[in-house]
Design a protein around this ligand. Structure first.
Ligand SMILES: NC(=O)c1ccc[n+]([C@@H]2O[C@H](COP(=O)([O-])OP(=O)(O)OC[C@H]3O[C@@H](n4cnc5c(N)ncnc54)[C@H](OP(=O)(O)O)[C@@H]3O)[C@@H](O)[C@H]2O)c1
Length: 291
């Protein structure tokens, strides 16, 4: 069944922008943060009753990992409690609820890519708030899609940082400035438009449940940026590998949080391209935008 009317919370962000494009041709309602603060359950219920979407996709989040450590109440208010209220409001109206979660629900000690069925054990307030949002969603019935993604990049910057890390380091390299990247933290970097199209396909396939939606494969931040530099014609740019411990960041992060998707085949959906192909797609759009 094709979804006709889609509401997106957090639709101005990195993934939300890609989702608006992925759902082009359908009726898309994407209220701004000011129009719909996601913590405002009454405003959300009013939107659902007025706009009557088939699906609500939640991209609104407090996801600055270090700031979540300092403000756990804020993290839980938006990433867990508001998600609970939204999931309940959707369930009560027969609206499909989609919410976006993270590889940070895992502790990174498993030694292989995490599957959907692996137990969560978040290290951070951010990861704990997202894991709570997942659990609270599940208690309102089966008509939901929980999407865990990782290291999202695209040509639209995240609202909390205002830029994508990849764009920032590419610009540094183009200016001839050196870059340091963590070489002992492994993840599955994922291109926002690829993630968005997969979310659309999961919704259309009514593939309820929890899905890992990342690019295929895994790499360290250092390997990711080194590959991006090479593909962008910046192979000689100064790039130094560092260990995460050398950054003296007090936040403990998962050191190996690559995600494996085991659910798409069952739903008849093609897996996402590799992270290297995702980089090619990103660089093609970046180059087209600069011409
Ligand atoms: N970025 C990553 O690497 C990554 C990795 C794994 C998972 N995720 C998850 O993916 C989802 C989308 O992330 P993203 O990268 O697209 O983030 P983003 O670019 O920062 O977008 C977040 C969006 O949410 C809106 N928003 C923030 N707080 C809100 C609130 N209280 N009420 C309503 N809207 C609010 C923002 O609007 P304003 O800008 O106007 O505040 C923005 O439109 C999040 O759930 C995040 O946890 C992201």
């Amino acid at each position: 069944m094709t979804t006709r009317r889609v509401a997106i919370a957090g639709g101005s962000g990195q993934l939300g922008t890609a989702l608006r494009e992925a759902f082009a041709g359908r009726e898309v309602i994407a209220p701004s943060h000011a129009e719909l603060p996601f913590e405002d359950g009454e405003a959300l219920a009013e939107l659902l009753d007025r706009a009557r979407p088939d699906v609500l996709v939640n991209c609104a989040a407090f996801h600055h990992v270090d700031r979540c450590e300092a403000e756990p109440e804020r993290a839980f208010r938006l990433n867990a409690l508001a998600v609970d209220v939204a999931a309940q409001a959707c369930a009560a109206r027969g609206v499909t609820f989609v919410t976006v979660s993270t590889d940070y629900v895992f502790d990174g000690t498993l030694g292989r890519a995490y599957r959907e069925s692996d137990a969560v054990n978040p290290l951070t307030a951010y990861g704990a708030s997202k894991a709570a949002g997942e659990s609270l969603t599940r208690r309102h019935g089966e008509r939901h899609v929980i999407v865990r993604t990782s290291g999202v990049f695209g040509t639209t910057g995240t609202s909390s940082k205002g830029y994508t890390l990849l764009e920032k380091v590419l610009q540094q390299a183009e200016r001839g400035e050196p870059t340091r990247m963590v070489a002992d933290m492994v993840f599955s970097p994922s291109y926002a438009p690829h993630v968005a199209r997969a979310i659309r396909d999961l919704v259309d396939a009514q593939a309820w449940g929890t899905h890992h939606v990342t690019a295929a494969g895994a790499c360290s931040w250092y390997e990711f940026v080194r590959t991006a530099f090479a593909k962008a014609g910046l192979a000689n740019a100064a790039l130094e590998p560092v260990r995460y411990a050398e950054l003296h960041n007090p936040t403990r992060r998962p050191m190996y949080s690559s995600l494996e998707n085991t659910t798409f085949a069952r739903a008849g959906i093609a897996p996402l391209p590799s992270w290297e192909s995702a980089l090619d797609a990103f660089l093609a759009v970046r180059s087209a935008c600069s011409n």
